[in-house]
Design a protein around this ligand. Structure first.
Ligand SMILES: N[C@@H](CCC(=O)N[C@@H](CS)C(=O)NCC(=O)O)C(=O)O
Length: 223
C-alpha cells in the first residue's frame, strides 16, 4: 500500500518556533509520521506574518501551520495530515480492519479528549497568568487534565502502546502528552511518562525532532 512519491510532499513549519526547538509545534506530528513511513519531505518555513497572508491562507484557512502539499492535494490540520500519511503508507495503521479502526479512534481521543484540557491550560498560561485570579484557576485547569490522564494511565496499564503495536494513535497521543512539558503533571503518571519516553526513543521520532531543532538553531544563529 506504500505510495512513496518521486516528488516529495512539502509541509510548512514555523520559521522561528515559539517553543524554541522543543518539538511542541504541530509540524512535529507530520514530520514524525513522514519519518515513520520513510517518506522524504520538504519544509517551507513561514513567519507569523506570512501565515496570515492570503497565499498561506489559501492552504490553511485559519492561517496556521502545519500544512501539507503533495501534487494537487493540499491539507491542513495535523491530525488529518497524519491520518492521510498513515493511510497512504504502511507502518502507522494495522492492516486488520478492527485494529485499524481502534488505532484511528486513539487519534481522535488524543485530539478531541486529551488535547483540549491541555491546550486550555496552555492558553490560560499565555493570556491570563498576570490576572489576579489565575492562581485559583490553574488548579481547576490542571484538575481537568488529571481526570483524562487518570483514565488514560489506567487504560495503558503496563502495555507499551495503546492498542497492540505502535500506531498513528500513539504518535498523536504522545505528542499531545508532550505538550505538558514543563508542568510536571506527566511525571505523576509513571506509565505515561515511560510511554512518552519509549516513543521518543524511536529513531523516526529522533530524526523528526532533530530536523525541527535544526530549524530553530539556524534561526538563532542567523539573528
Ligand atoms: N488543530 C490544528 C492546530 C494548528 C495550530 O494551532 N498551529 C499553531 C502551531 S502548533 C499555529 O500555527 N499557531 C500560530 C497561530 O495560530 O497564529 C492542528 O492540529 O494542526
Amino acid at each position: 500500500m506504500s505510495d512513496r512519491r518521486a516528488v516529495k510532499p512539502t509541509i510548512t513549519a514555523f520559521e522561528r518556533s515559539p517553543d524554541e526547538g522543543k518539538g511542541l509545534a504541530r509540524d512535529m506530528r507530520v514530520r514524525w509520521a513522514l519519518e515513520e513511513v520513510g517518506q522524504p519531505y520538504d519544509v517551507r518555513l513561514v513567519s507569523f506574518a506570512e501565515m496570515k497572508e492570503s497565499a498561506h491562507r489559501a492552504l490553511h484557512p485559519f492561517g496556521q501551520i502545519p500544512t501539507y502539499e503533495d501534487g494537487d492535494l493540499t491539507l491542513f490540520e495535523s491530525g488529518a495530515i497524519t491520518f492521510h500519511i498513515a493511510q497512504r503508507h504502511a507502518g502507522l495503521l494495522p492492516t486488520d480492519r478492527n485494529a485499524r479502526a481502534r488505532a484511528i479512534t486513539w487519534m481522535f481521543a488524543a485530539l478531541n479528549t486529551v488535547e483540549p484540557p491541555i491546550v486550555a491550560r496552555e492558553q490560560a498560561f499565555y493570556t491570563e497568568r498576570k490576572e489576579s485570579w489565575y492562581k485559583e484557576r490553574l488548579p481547576v485547569l490542571e484538575g481537568r487534565i488529571r481526570v483524562k490522564l487518570d483514565d488514560l494511565s489506567r487504560r495503558l496499564g503496563k502495555a507499551d502502546w495503546l492498542d497492540g503495536g505502535f500506531s498513528a494513535g500513539d504518535l498523536t497521543m504522545v505528542l499531545v502528552l508532550r505538550r505538558l512539558d514543563g508542568t510536571k503533571i506527566l511525571e505523576e503518571y509513571s506509565n505515561l511518562y515511560a510511554y512518552v519516553a519509549r516513543a521518543e526513543a524511536r529513531p523516526a521520532y529522533k530524526r523528526a525532532f532533530a530536523a525541527q531543532l535544526a530549524v530553530f538553531n539556524s534561526a538563532s544563529t542567523a539573528s
